[in-house]
Design a protein around this ligand. Sequence first.
Ligand code: AMP
Length: 189
Amino acid sequence: MVSVIIFLGSPGSGKGTQASKLSDAFGYEHISIGDMLRKNVEEKSDLGLKASEYIDSGRLVPDDLIIKVVSSFFEDFVSNIEGKVILDGFPRTEPQALALEKIIRELRINLSSVLYLDVDDKEVISRLSERGRKDDEPQLVINRLNVYRDQTEPLLKYYNNQGVLKEIDGNKSPDLVFSEISELIKVEA
Ligand code: AMP
């Protein structure tokens, strides 16, 4: 059975860092929607051309485009009888969460946990100012944090109600956060 971990958290909460560490340590397939979109922008694919204006202004790319990409990934991936996937940066809106629920049901995927990296805004702003990605300029970070509050944060309640949400203090060092997550994952396995 294919099993999925979702990472939730604001921009700069360490989702990408932790997802990479987990994928190296435990063999998860790491799906970063942001990385995938940036690659498409670089290659000037249809998706990239459509997505770039949203990324560059710190807004979310429209749900229909994102849902299409994630659905086709899972349709290909479930040909694996066993497999472990980390979704880093999806879902980020309620329609995306509902679409994922449908994919999970139809393809008989196991949603093993939703890991929420809770990080203070102050820490986020300091981390992103050091990272230096194009969309990490101060005004865009503020836009992205607002988008996160409005559209993504409601998903915490949605997954908490399903009993799958696990909260982690993401203010700590990457290694400490990683060992906490590893413990949670081992309990699951
Ligand atoms: P990230 O690398 O996760 O910080 O994402 C960078 C940017 O990619 C975001 O600010 C959005 O413009 C876009 N993006 C990433 N994931 C999603 C998603 N699930 N839905 C819509 N847009 C997304």
